[in-house]
Design a protein around this ligand. Structure first.
Ligand code: ZN
Length: 171
């Protein structure tokens, strides 16, 4: 995974921007779904079993069919699909698992070289789904991710503390 913080914050922000106010509670409650796909690490089909296009497609389809539960399934679908897209840009995912077991990837970056030249990388396609990905080694949260989570956590504590203070003043 890119890191926990990115997987959580990117779809959360997108949903809070797009979502209606009455859906905010579902947006917060379903947030764990943004990192849920990574539990496929434990079944040795990492970046495949839960990192494909079919699971979010099913969620969106259920949302379309059941009007009463639409926003819940759409929010769940967005969390799933955002995870898959972010991993697509960070190494790749077996997008059409189990129908087509190659790893789709997109590599897009812009960097500054030592000689101050801009280096633009853009590449995409399919790679072999190698053993290295299947058994998934690496960071659960890298250093930047941990730092980002600390900042968001402090903001959350601050906000609830402030709300409590405001609540007391009102009484
Ligand atoms: Zn992942």
């Amino acid at each position: 995974m890119p890191n926990w913080a990115i997987h959580l914050i990117v779809p959360l922000l997108a949903l809070l921007i797009v979502g209606r106010k009455e859906d905010h509670k579902y947006i917060l409650l379903l947030l764990p779904l943004a990192v849920l796909p990574d539990i496929d690490t434990f079944v040795i089909e990492h970046r495949a079993l839960l990192h494909n296009i079919f699971i979010p497609a099913i969620l969106f389809f259920i949302g379309l069919s059941i009007k009463k539960m639409r926003s819940i399934f759409f929010i769940a679908g967005v969390y799933f699909v955002s995870h898959v897209i972010l991993d697509l840009f960070a190494g790749g995912v077996v997008l059409f698992y189990p129908v087509y077991n190659q790893m789709a990837f997109i590599d897009a970056s812009l960097e500054m070289s030592r000689t101050n030249q801009l280096l633009w990388t853009f590449d995409y396609g399919f790679n072999d789904y190698s053993e290295g990905w299947k058994i998934a080694q690496g960071y659960i949260s890298d250093s930047v991710g941990t730092g980002s989570l600390v900042i968001v956590l402090v903001a959350g504590i601050w906000a609830s503390y402030r709300n409590r203070m405001v609540g007391k003043e009102d009484k």
